[in-house]
Ligand binder design. Structure first.
Ligand SMILES: Nc1ncnc2c1ncn2[C@@H]1O[C@H](COP(=O)(O)OP(=O)(O)OP(=O)(O)O)[C@@H](O)[C@H]1O
Length: 300
């Protein structure tokens, strides 16, 4: 158990002071917003030689609702960054900026700069389909295509012409299933429907499908929230292995999960990026009062 996890476990069993509604726990949202407007993100939002460099990112829905305010953050190579914060604070909205998934929401507008290995993700010449192969995404609910296990994984390589022949495609399918920790369980039924697998297996199939196009970054939006603890543990182990080859950003509601799997953790609040730091620091010595309130369960 990591120190950060131990502290979290302790706070989960500590007296639940946060449940008492008294003057110390009532949050004056307007005051908080006013403060956040004038405060820079604390901790270590930037890294040397980032994979992703995001600067002054704002996101609007319907031009009237601003969901993300001036976010500056780097995502380092081969690191897992967790994004945590209360419901509605903008974690998923920000994650979706990284591979332009927000383009699929007509009312959504993103401004600022998001640079992947020196390339502007929002440049006119950027093809979002190719971008999403480089920056893959795994969703909350496993969403295999209504196709065989084999065809789920082969879908992306076929679309992007990554295999010259059937043998190459077979190799990509097998190695992707291997990396996703699923091959042994499905090798004798590759032609069976992907939807016939258990929830945890389906999520690993979706991870295999993402890996099959050799992405550089994998975005995960609450990838284990629909899974039982055993399937969750399997995916968490997998994330740790995948970090050797990929950069990973994960949105999670589980602080224990963030503590277990990520090197840095980013705390969002009301659309502002309040704090980013080494995961251990965030959970053992948070620098911002709002982060501390959240991790000790005062709100969220
Ligand atoms: N398609 C949309 N249209 C309008 N507003 C939206 C849309 N999607 C999200 N929002 C709003 O943007 C804000 C941020 O939402 P988002 O889903 O990014 O938060 P979140 O932190 O991921 O929340 P949760 O943890 O509950 O999933 C919220 O106020 C939400 O209501």
């Amino acid at each position: 158990m990591t120190e950060a996890t131990a502290i979290l476990n302790h706070s989960a069993t500590a007296p639940v002071a946060h449940k008492a509604v008294d003057n110390t726990t009532i949050v004056d949202i307007e005051k908080v917003v006013e403060e956040l407007k004038h405060t820079k993100t604390v901790g270590k939002p930037l890294v040397n030689d980032p994979k992703f460099a995001c600067r002054n990112v704002d996101v609007f829905y319907n031009d009237t609702k601003q969901a993300i305010f001036g976010v500056d953050i780097d995502i380092g190579k081969n690191e897992v960054v967790s994004m945590i914060g209360p419901s509605g604070c903008g974690k998923s909205t920000f994650l979706r900026c990284l591979n332009r998934m927000n383009d699929t929401i007509p009312s959504c507008r993103v401004t600022g700069s998001l640079v992947l290995d020196g390339e502007d993700v929002y440049a006119k010449e950027q093809d979002p389909v190719l971008l999403r192969a480089r920056v893959g995404m795994v969703f909350q609910k496993p969403n295999p295509f209504p196709k065989s296990i084999y065809d789920n994984v082969a879908y992306g390589p076929r679309l992007h012409g990554l295999a010259a022949n059937r043998a190459e495609l077979d190799d990509i399918v097998e190695s992707s299933l291997q990396k996703a920790g699923l091959f042994k369980e499905v090798k004798d039924r590759l032609q069976s429907p992907g939807t016939g697998l258990s929830g945890g297996q389906q999520q690993r199939l979706c991870i295999a499908r993402t890996i099959a196009v050799s992405p550089e970054v994998i975005l995960m939006d609450e990838p284990t929230s629909a899974l039982d603890p055993i399937a969750t543990a399997t995916i968490e182990e997998l994330i740790d292995e995948l970090r050797q080859s990929f950069t990973i950003c994960i949105v999670t509601h589980s602080m224990q999960q963030a503590a277990r799997i990520s090197q840095r953790t980013a705390y969002f609040h009301l659309g502002y990026l309040v704090e980013v730091n080494d995961t251990k620091t965030v959970f053992t010595n948070p620098q911002h009062q709002l982060t501390e309130n959240y991790i000790t369960g005062r709100f969220g």
